[in-house]
Design a binder for this molecule. Structure first.
Ligand code: NAP
Ligand code: MG
Length: 484
């Protein structure tokens, strides 16, 4: 099968408004993780392609895009959101084939991508500078201006959502973008790029260069003519990106995943909590930066929570993405073997329950049965390291202080949630938890286009999503006029 997103040749880059072959002429093979079969060849962009893309973005900034008004940008984003919705079925199918997302999840990602365009279209002309009272005879005000060329290095787990949140906010503020999708997930990035062209985005404003991380990705993050880098992915690569940004003295947004806890207290509504506790761990086969991989449970309700979660796990089925099971395959055989390595490390732990892989799942698929471990000690590797698979650990605790110490006791800090009926406890913990987002009596794994998102510690820094992202994707200029 050779997949053609929106009828395009997937082995091309999009640079300066044209679909073109990569300079190397080389290609990489995309694999369908549901059965291990090749899907198509994509472009193997390299440093020269990135150079051309960065130059095209600068040319665009020197042209009409650099003088565009907020409302002109808003109209393009608005049309783009509409086009995304009109192509929802094809986009969802491409994502399901490419990364193994069950169709329902893939559709939810399409809607989120459209929502980012809608949200940022609406926000574009509502971000203001301020006037500052100053000395007599002066008028002082601030301007929000684009950084210039922004680089976007996107992982494979939520390509559409992550492109939406970072490219959407960058375009809103008038930047010109160079996008490097993950080599394992390119199809919706290519389709989105084509839809942006159709929506009227001028040539050079969005350039998309697929390729290897160590080649195209590194060339983009090291490029001296790029003024901002947004990266979502692993801690190891995040550190490299930050080093390059340091070398070029440019701002960087890093979103590096987590080990996000949900804290369940004796006074919580357990029945209400159970679907959130499980879904936040198995959504997207656990390959979610904000996955809740640690469930901390007070001893008074410990047995009830374990039994309730185990009953749900026992019903989970993993299978091919297009058949829309609870859980799809992992993105690749490589990711499967990483997760299996963790399961081996958990051989000494008690398995509370496991889901199953559907009987006729293709042999070449990257399936892992969802697995729930209980009574895990806080310092075990499975309770400390990001697994990025459908695996959760349940950790018992005694009291609030104990829960907080465990919750904050990893190197990450992305998301947390508190399940409790006590308003005072909710407020205390919302302040004390080390996380960029805290949910109270719910858990929004990755959801919420409107909600600022990002981490602390090894989870990274900077905020994307919501209005807040518009500050990150712009720079502030102070203008002081002396007029007497
Ligand atoms: P990764 O290597 O960090 O990949 C993320 C993005 O960075 C991809 O576009 C990748 O390109 C690119 N990249 C890789 N090496 C680069 C370099 N030297 N310079 C610039 N860009 C580079 O992540 P992964 O290997 O796909 O996944 C490994 C682990 O990372 C997972 O098991 C998970 O724990 C974590 N992860 C976290 C998130 C998250 O949302 N926070 C997302 C994905 C993965 P290529 O893919 O083309 O190499
Ligand atoms: Mg793939």
């Amino acid at each position: 099968m050779s997949v053609k997103p929106l009828g395009l040749d997937p082995a091309q880059c999009f640079i300066g408004g044209d679909w073109c072959d990569p300079v190397s002429g080389g290609t990489l093979t995309l694999i369908n993780p549901s059965d291990g079969s090749p899907l198509c060849e994509i472009a193997k962009g390299n440093a020269q392609d990135i150079d051309r893309a960065v130059a095209a973005a600068h040319d665009a900034l020197a042209g009409p895009w650099g003088r565009s008004t907020a409302v002109e940008r808003a109209r393009i984003l608005s049309r783009l959101g509409q086009l995304v919705l009109e192509h929802a079925d094809e986009l969802a199918r491409l994502e399901a084939l490419d990364v193994g997302k069950p169709l329902k999840q893939a559709h939810a990602d399409v809607v989120a991508l459209a929502r980012y365009m809608e949200f940022y279209a609406g926000a574009a002309d509502k971000i203001h500078g301020s006037t500052i009272p100053y000395m007599n005879g002066y008028t002082v005000y601030t301007l929000r201006q684009p950084h210039g060329v922004t680089g976007h290095i996107v992982p494979w787990n939520y390509p559409m959502q992550i492109i939406g949140r970072s490219v959407g906010a960058a375009l809103t503020m008038g930047n010109a973008c160079v996008l490097k999708p993950a080599e394992e997930a390119c199809l919706t990035a290519l389709a989105f790029t084509e839809l942006a062209r159709q929506a009227g985005l001028p040539a050079g404003v969005l350039n998309t260069v697929p390729g290897l991380g160590a080649e195209a990705g590194a060339a983009l993050s090291e490029h001296a003519d790029v003024q901002h880098i947004s990266f979502t992915g692993s801690v190891g690569v995040g550190k490299l990106i930050q080093k390059s940004a340091g070398e070029n003295v440019v701002p960087v947004t890093l979103e590096l995943g987590g080990k996000s806890p949900q804290l369940v207290f004796d006074d919580a509504d357990i029945e209400a909590a159970l679907p959130f506790l499980v879904n936040a761990g198995i959504q997207n086969a656990g390959q979610t930066c904000s996955a809740s991989s640690r469930i901390l449970v007070q001893r008074g309700v410990y047995d009830r929570v374990v039994e309730g979660m185990a009953a749900r796990y026992a019903k989970l089925v993993a299978g091919p993405a297009l058949d829309d099971f609870d859980v799809g395959p992992l993105v690749s055989a490589r990711q499967k073997s990483i997760v299996e390595g963790f399961l081996t490390q958990g051989a000494d732990l008690k398995v509370a329950a496991q889901g199953r892989i559907v009987d006729d799942a293709p042999d070449g698929g990257a399936y892992v049965a969802p697995t729930l471990f209980e009574n895990v000690s806080h310092d075990h590797a499975l309770a400390q390291d990001e697994i990025f698979g459908p695996v959760q650990t349940i950790i018992p605790f005694d009291d609030e202080a104990d829960a907080l110490a465990i919750a904050n006791g990893t190197k990450y800090g992305l998301v947390a949630s508190v399940w409790s009926d006590s308003g005072a406890r909710q407020m205390r913990l919302a302040k004390a938890l080390r996380a960029g987002q805290v949910f109270i009596n719910n858990y929004g794994a990755g959801g919420g286009v409107e909600l600022p998102f990002g981490g602390t510690g090894l989870s990274g820094h900077g905020r994307e999503k919501g209005f807040e992202a518009l500050y990150g994707f712009s720079t502030l200029k102070t203008v002081a006029a002396l007029h007497g």
